[in-house]
Design a protein around this ligand. Structure first.
Ligand code: ATP
Ligand code: MG
Length: 339
């Protein structure tokens, strides 16, 4: 019996840091209004390079294993060197790899993360084997665990989302979910049905906005709407502005310490898995869970790569203040969010 099984992608990440990273403002050609530029036709020197495994499924598994939980990752890699290296790295982290499937159909997922001297970064993404995992490839009989942590699932894997949740409900497995665009774009009725069964729902501002159709700036309306759909804990992460979450009765807010991030990759995964680790360890104390979530993401951001700095069990960490305020769903609440 595992404590937790994580689902989601497994990637081989290549981190490249270079002072030659130039940002060009150009609203016409780039959706974000800015592009990354290098001299065409020349060699560009790289200051730092790191090869590491990444992807929501394996990043979150790394936090759980480091926090001392019996952890397995269930997902797919390709039948190639990168896939084998990911499996080895997971084993070294004490993550069980019995549930990892080697797909013949596509090579392992790859990401090339290019960043400059500040925390701006652009990621080139190859979506390969991880997205190819189908319902029939999942070793269902071996999914014996107390918790599932479901990271963004895309491609074929997105179709398995509902099956995983039905399986969890049938087998009394609790579910933490960080849905990706693919899941959030499922037909609203189906999505609502699935979200109704989630114990911990983790969204960033854009995802919360996509789910509700409400601007992320209108927190009051966002939480009212998501609390109606999901009876579990609902979390909205806000990058350097921290996190706000609701247990349906109270709202909790916390700010991370001010810091200079070496690399932002894995921020969401380290917060989500840190939160769930704290939640499990403290048997449901949301304040402790939030403090561990923030400390784990802060530790992750200080290092290049998504698994480098993650907190270990019993490692000392700075506990941020978590503000708690009453928030009932009946509209009588006077808190800042419900006002
Ligand atoms: N610049 C930062 N400084 C301090 N903490 C940060 C910063 N960026 C992110 N964090 C921490 O990480 C948490 C998750 O970050 P964010 O809201 O950016 O998630 P995300 O958009 O899901 O990230 P990802 O791109 O990794 O999926 C935040 O709630 C915060 O605690
Ligand atoms: Mg995220």
């Amino acid at each position: 019996m595992y404590d937790i099984i994580t689902f989601g992608s497994a990637t081989k990440d290549i981190f490249i840091k270079t002072k030659k990273f130039r940002v060009l403002k150009d609203k016409k050609n780039f959706a974000t209004g800015k592009g990354v530029c290098f001299n065409l036709g020349s060699k560009v020197d790289i200051d730092e390079i790191l090869f590491a495994s990444g992807g929501g499924g394996t990043n979150t598994a790394a936090t759980f294993a480091k926090q001392g939980f019996r952890t397995a990752y269930c997902g797919a890699v390709g039948q190639d060197l990168a896939g084998q290296e990911i499996i080895e790295e997971l084993k070294n982290l004490n993550i069980n790899t019995q549930l990892v499937v080697k797909s013949e159909r596509k090579p392992t997922n790859h990401s090339i993360v290019i960043s400059g001297i500040n925390d701006d970064r652009t990621i080139l993404v190859y979506r390969g084997a991880s997205e190819e995992l189908k319902k029939e490839n999942i070793p269902w009989l071996k999914l014996k665990t107390k918790w599932f942590y479901i990271s963004p699932l895309s491609g074929e894997l997105c179709k398995v989302f509902g099956d995983l949740i039905d399986f969890a409900v049938k087998n009394k497995i609790k579910v933490a979910l960080n849905p990706g665009n693919c899941q959030l774009s499922l037909p609203p009725k189906l999505l609502r049905k699935n979200l109704g069964k989630i114990d911990v729902l983790i969204l960033n501002q854009e995802e919360a906005s996509l789910l509700t159709g409400i601007s992320y700036k209108k927190e009051k309306e966002i939480f009212k709407k998501i609390d109606e759909i999901c009876s579990g804990i609902v979390i909205m992460t806000k990058g350097e502005k921290g996190v706000v979450l609701s247990d349906g009765e109270y709202l909790y807010r916390a700010l991370p310490p001010k810091m200079k991030a070496a690399d932002r990759t894995g921020a969401g995964d380290s917060f989500g898995a840190g939160f769930v680790s704290g939640f499990l360890r403290s048997r449901g104390d949301i304040i402790v869970a939030t403090q561990i979530g923030i400390a784990n993401s802060t530790a992750c951001l200080k290092k290049l790569g998504a698994k480098q700095g993650l907190l270990k069990k019993n490692e000392k960490f700075y506990k941020v203040e978590v503000k708690k305020e009453k928030c009932s769903k009946n509209g009588l609440c006077q808190c800042r969010v419900c006002g």
